[in-house]
Write a new protein. Sequence first.
Length: 383
Amino acid sequence: MRVVVVGLEFGAEFVPIYSDHPGVTSTGIADLRADLAARVAGRFGVGSVYPDLDAVLADPAVDAVHLVTGLTAHADQVVRALRAGKHVACTVPMALTMGDLARIVAARRAAGTNYMMMETAVYTREFLWARDLAAAGALGRVSYARGTHFQDMTGWPPYWRGLPPMYYATHAVAPILALLGTRATAVRALGGGRLDPAHEGAYGNPFPVQSALIEVAGQDAVVEVTRSLFQLARSYTESFSIYGDRQAIEWPQLEGAGEHPVLFTLGEPDGEGRGRPVTATRVEVPDRADLLPEPIRKYTREFTHAGDGAGPAAGTVGHRSFVQGGGHGGSHPHLVHEFVSSVLAGRAPFVDDLTAANWTATGLAAHESALRGGERVQVPDFD
């Protein structure tokens, strides 16, 4: 298949992965910034460079596009690409309104092509490890899980100002719902604090942080999700923890500090004292490059990519190498492989349009609930 990556700051990370994937015959790039596109093309030897998305969609030789663009553009760009007959991968979130989620689902059905939301949180090493434990029954019956995403967005592009935190909650929502193998059905949420005037934007959102309790289909587990964008003294983390009646997993407290997740195991009563014993073990999570074709296995880990000129998003010249691979817990090559494999096999990807709509709508419903002071809000069924 022939793929074009659209949006080349973060998107540049994916260009060499597509180029090295054995199911991809050619990789193109597109960006409104011609100088950036030229640098990325030179770095990775890309021959097909497009000035914008319109040019990509007009090319019948292009089978698929991977959109790595601003979140306010996702809905319109995805619908346009689907209507042009392309397979579409898109970074999170799927859209910013319930109406746009429904519009994408309808466009995908009409097109008959694939849509995949490129949710990194369900392809990290930690998630893949937790998934295997859950599938083996090691966790037992899960009654509680939580997801958190703390990130200060001060100084980011203007469309981030005032964004409701739950509009960008899929990194916290997705791993929990995926591990439970279910979908969200309703949400109760509250907002915390008040945005400073400097952080207010066009969304009418007053909250720097929001926290939600999520009801899920077919299970009695409770799911808690917290998301912040501003005014919270906490370093960056995208994390999940899940608690069963046999074992439980907790995410490391600090990102990038060399910590490992904790696996708790509930023991049997020993007949002495109160409570059951619990052991806690830090586990070095295995890398799952073995799940990937050999040419792209290296991208689960950081390595130095050598070459002439500047890095893909650098503004200087003269750097002969840059750090490549390993992003978001090694998830990037897994995302590429799932998207490409799903298209070539003629099947839906794991994070298809219905799954992505539910994960995204959970956050949208949570914001609506927070504005209503914690009222219960249904998550629409897009099926």
